[in-house]
Design a binder for this molecule. Sequence first.
Ligand code: GTP
Ligand code: MG
Length: 203
Amino acid sequence: MSGWKNIDFVTSASELRGCPKQPWPEVAFSGRSNVGKSSLINTIASRRALAKVSGKPGKTRLLNFFLLGGNRHLVDLPGYGYAAVSKSLKEEWSGFVSNYLQNREQLAGVVQLIDSRHPPTKLDIQMVEWLREAEIPVLLVLTKVDKIKRGQRAKTLSSVRKALGMESAEQSMFFSSETGEGKPELRLQVDSILSGWRSLSSP
Ligand code: GTP
Ligand code: MG
């Protein structure tokens, strides 16, 4: 069952307690502010304004949950590395997002977004290292690929993978919300992460 025709916003949460309680697998979308997380969710959902998009970084401040096909969730995470937010807000961010990533049983995997125009930042590298240590499956997605020349793709991908210390078995792909490139592949990859989920509390 794919379910991509049936997707809706459910709730926003600012702490783990506010997240949906159903024992359904979910995939979270992570990356620095402005990398294109909310746009990507709209694109794979084929919905124009499901997740709020903004030219100004720092638009998504809460964890936003979307119900996919009646029994799975997609989670739009707030972006990190947004320079203009106050120190206390940064601490609040790292507190509740890292608590979510560490303790959310329903989390089947993370789609990590990197802007294909820029090398990964220190925070991107830390995030991927941290996910690997926590043994959370990661799919790397290079976003805004409409903005780079075709001839640069292979080199860009190999340098990003190298900077993130990715093993050859770890998956990666190109994506553009502008052109829709990568949409069918990303849906399949997300389905595959969701179907690989096993509840930690199940035997
Ligand atoms: P935060 O909520 O701040 O963390 O940002 P975000 O990662 O959700 O980014 P968002 O989807 O709001 O997009 C940020 C900006 O990038 C917007 O102006 C989008 O229109 C633009 N953008 C997103 N995806 C693409 C893409 O594939 N190609 C191009 N050219 N622009 C894109
Ligand atoms: Mg957003």
